[in-house]
Design a protein around this ligand. Structure first.
Ligand SMILES: [Zn+2]
Ligand SMILES: [Zn+2]
Length: 277
């Protein structure tokens, strides 16, 4: 896996966020030869450039899994250059936003007029949109890879994704507000994961005035992950107001909360970071 965007809410470029990174949510997975991208935050733009460097004019087949359509999870899509190349194939798969559709929401962002100069139809790749059940589903099959989903506690709804591969398991859990009524279901979903990437946007102090905003506090996320027997926790969806020094302190504080008898490792997701699992 490789992190291309780890920031929540708003892209945050600048020298004070350069170490952890300023691009919004985008994760690249390579499993069994398949290219899977989770979310199209602004990090998908440099990912697109890297894919073209790697594949040149050879066809690229991509599954783009969308957790939900909040702006910070789709805003990079119009700038994903492989989508404009006719030899490529992109399957956009995400939570059913009924009565709207994923295609209509992506199309609204690319209206060829007020929001973006090129309409969705201007993307010349083979593009399809598939809906997942908003209440989560046990199994969904890509070409060689299967995954499962689980709804999170987030305004408007959102899905978490889990991959169980022969070499390891990975769960992507962003955006999710912890301490909600759904925790037993979430604990079951993340149980024993080798890697959990989870929304830890707020400190315990910050969450006090931001309940209902749909994001996690690192204290409750560490407890949640430890309770579920997660092996490696990656904090993500970093707040735009948290600069690198603040993030260093948050990571130190989060590590200090790991249960005494636990071997769980805690990391803060960093743009560009690659991990094998
Ligand atoms: Zn978000
Ligand atoms: Zn959101």
């Amino acid at each position: 896996m490789r992190f291309w965007g780890v920031r929540g809410s708003l892209p945050t470029p600048g020298s004070s966020t350069a170490r952890y990174g300023g691009n919004t949510t985008c994760l690249e997975l390579r499993i069994a030869g398949e290219i899977i991208i989770i979310d199209a935050g602004s990090g998908i733009s440099p990912l697109g450039t890297a894919l073209i460097d790697e594949f040149g004019m050879n066809p690229i087949s991509i599954a783009l899994l969308n957790t939900h359509t909040h702006w910070d999870h789709i805003q990079g899509f119009p700038f994903f250059i492989p989508a404009y190349m006719p030899q490529n194939r992109i399957r956009v798969i995400g939570r059913d936003p009924s009565p709207k559709s994923l295609e209509s929401i992506f199309g609204k962002m690319m209206d060829g007029d007020n929001c973006f100069p090129i309409p969705l139809e201007g993307m010349k790749c083979k593009i399809t949109f598939d809906h997942l059940l908003p209440d989560g589903q046990k199994e969904y099959a890509l070409e060689k890879v299967k995954f499962s989903t689980c709804p999170t506690n987030h305004p408007g709804g959102c899905l978490a994704y889990r991959f169980d591969t022969p070499t390891g398991s990975l769960v992507f859990l962003s955006d999710h507000e912890t301490e909600g009524p759904d925790e037993p279901r979430i604990i079951e979903f993340i149980k024993g994961a080798d890697i959990l990437i989870a929304d830890t946007q707020y400190t315990p102090k910050e969450i006090e005035t931001r309940r209902g905003w749909g994001h996690g506090c690192f204290r409750s996320v560490v407890a949640l992950a430890d309770t579920a027997g997660v092996k490696n926790l990656y904090m993500t969806h970093h707040d735009p107001a948290h600069n690198d020094d603040f993030m260093d302190q948050m990571l130190t504080d989060a590590k200090g909360l790991v249960f005494a008898n636990s071997k769980m490792n805690v990391f803060a997701a960093t743009e560009g970071q690659q991990v094998r699992f």
